[in-house]
Design a protein around this ligand. Structure first.
Ligand SMILES: C[S@@+](CC[C@H](N)C(=O)[O-])C[C@H]1O[C@@H](n2cnc3c(N)ncnc32)[C@H](O)[C@@H]1O
Length: 429
């Protein structure tokens, strides 16, 4: 990690009407403390619960909050992402405004602010287990009536079937029953979530014709549907926690889980020492891949979340999604899912003490395209047009020139909403 003002941003920053000497102070402090904040600890607890593209360590943000704001000040992150900063702010008695265009990002930030208690989540998980576990496991039951944990597919051919025996892996030869059971879900039609939208983007291995059925087996989609249907019956805040448990597990439920083998570079070696890889980024579907039991994936993540909740001190946080309400009464936080350029227009002039943000950068990470599986499962509509990004997906028309123009608009608005003693921090990897 490093912290700097890229030249074009720095030049604009200098022109900002409300510019104060604090920026110079910042450069000195950053130099002094560079070593500490450039070697942050690994992500832990709630910060490690869900993957997000370009997630930044919280230590750096905490440093800026502590050094550039006082209790009661307002901190703004208009490109919120995973939203880790929001909890950090309210726990330090700073008021917080978070904006992101990505529906997933705002759902995740709401979860971080509105966590269920350990007990509430545990009870919800047990209830859910009672409702769906048996039905899901039936779709993985072999001819011996025992439940399978993993299937190793080489394209359409089943290479291995695994089951667990007292926590130990047992490798089985695939049989006709395994093939027939898998095939019986091939035409499954999803009902509780929407089909995903993809673009031709070779950088992330997607094409406009890609469908959820290409990324998941019919069996996995059907089991995800079963989970969502049951989750929908829970109160809203528990629904969110359970749905995000599901999205955090969904990569491992997909056909994008590669197998780590000792086959060597040409892929001809043995399959003796095989390990389960993970979904990393993008939509690459390896020929040799695992299909993992959907319930097991969900349960693993839920257990991780239970552990996380057991270490968190509960605190009632008052947040709203209404900007008028936020500025007219006592709220700890405002979270808005929309285009930040639009939302920032409604933020009063001279109101923000610190803008600490990590805007989209370069063409490596098309956030909305990458988040599409999560947003599809969450059944959220996505405004691809308003994304500030450079994308290799040609028909999105997201070029560098537009990006620079939009960032200039952002910097102009940042100058307006900042207090005369306000500070802007731009974090980039
Ligand atoms: C680099 S990421 C932020 C990552 C974040 N710092 C974290 O730790 O997770 C940039 C974010 O900008 C969001 N974004 C892109 N265009 C936007 C827009 N017009 N308005 C608001 N957010 C936008 C993306 O959805 C993405 O979450």
């Amino acid at each position: 990690m490093c912290f700097y003002f890229p030249e074009y941003i720095y030049q604009h920053f200098l022109k900002i009407r409300k510019y104060s000497g604090d920026a110079f102070k910042l450069e000195e402090v950053v130099k002094q403390d560079f070593i500490n904040i450039s070697k942050p600890l690994t992500y832990k607890g709630i910060f490690a619960f869900h993957k997000y593209w370009g997630k930044k360590p919280i230590e750096t943000t905490s440093f800026f909050i502590e050094n550039f704001t006082n209790p009661g000040d307002i901190v703004l992150d208009p490109f919120l992402g995973s939203g880790l900063i929001c909890r950090e702010c309210v726990e330090n008695d700073r008021s917080f405004i978070g904006i992101d265009l990505n529906p997933f990002a705002i759902e995740h930030a709401k979860l971080i602010l509105d966590l269920p208690t350990l007990n509430e989540y545990k009870i919800a998980f047990e209830l859910l287990k009672e409702q769906v576990c048996e039905e899901i496991n039936r779709s993985y039951t072999g001819s011996d009536n025992l439940v399978r944990s993993h299937y190793l597919w080489d394209d359409q051919e089943l290479k291995q079937v695994w089951r667990k025996n007292r926590g130990r892996k047992v490798i089985l030869e695939p049989n006709a029953h395994d093939y027939a059971l898998a095939a019986s879900f091939n035409d499954y039609q999803i009902t509780n979530f929407r089909e995903a939208t993809f673009f031709n983007n070779s950088r992330i291995n997607s094409t406009s014709g890609l469908k959820m059925h290409d990324l998941f087996t019919g069996r996995a989609l059907r089991n995800i549907d079963i989970l969502i249907e049951a989750i929908n019956d829970f109160p809203r805040y528990l629904q969110r926690a359970l749905m995000l448990t599901l999205t955090s597990a969904v990569g491992q439920m997909s056909n994008m889980v590669f197998a780590i083998t000792d086959r060597g570079k040409n892929g001809n070696g043995s399959l003796n020492e095989i390990e389960v890889g993970s979904w990393v980024i993008g939509f690459w579907r390896p020929k040799l891949h695992f299909e993992i039991n959907v319930w097991n994936c969900f349960e693993n993540r839920a257990k991780k979340f239970i552990k996380t909740l057991s270490l968190i001190q509960q605190r009632k946080i008052r947040f709203t999604e209404n900007i008028g309400q936020y500025f007219s009464s006592e709220f700890d936080a405002l979270l808005i899912q929309d285009d930040c350029l639009k939302v920032m227009n409604s933020i009063p002039t001279d109101s923000i003490k610190l803008i600490s943000t990590d805007p989209p950068h370069g063409d490596r990470i098309p956030y909305l395209e990458l988040s599409e599986v999560w947003n599809s499962i969450l059944n959220k509509k996505v405004d691809f047009d308003s994304e500030i990004v450079i994308s290799d997906a040609k028909n999105r028309n997201k070029k560098k020139a537009n990006y620079i123009e939009e960032m200039k608009n952002f910097i102009r608005e940042a100058g307006r909403v900042l207090r005369p003693d306000g500070v802007v921090i731009k974090v980039i990897p």
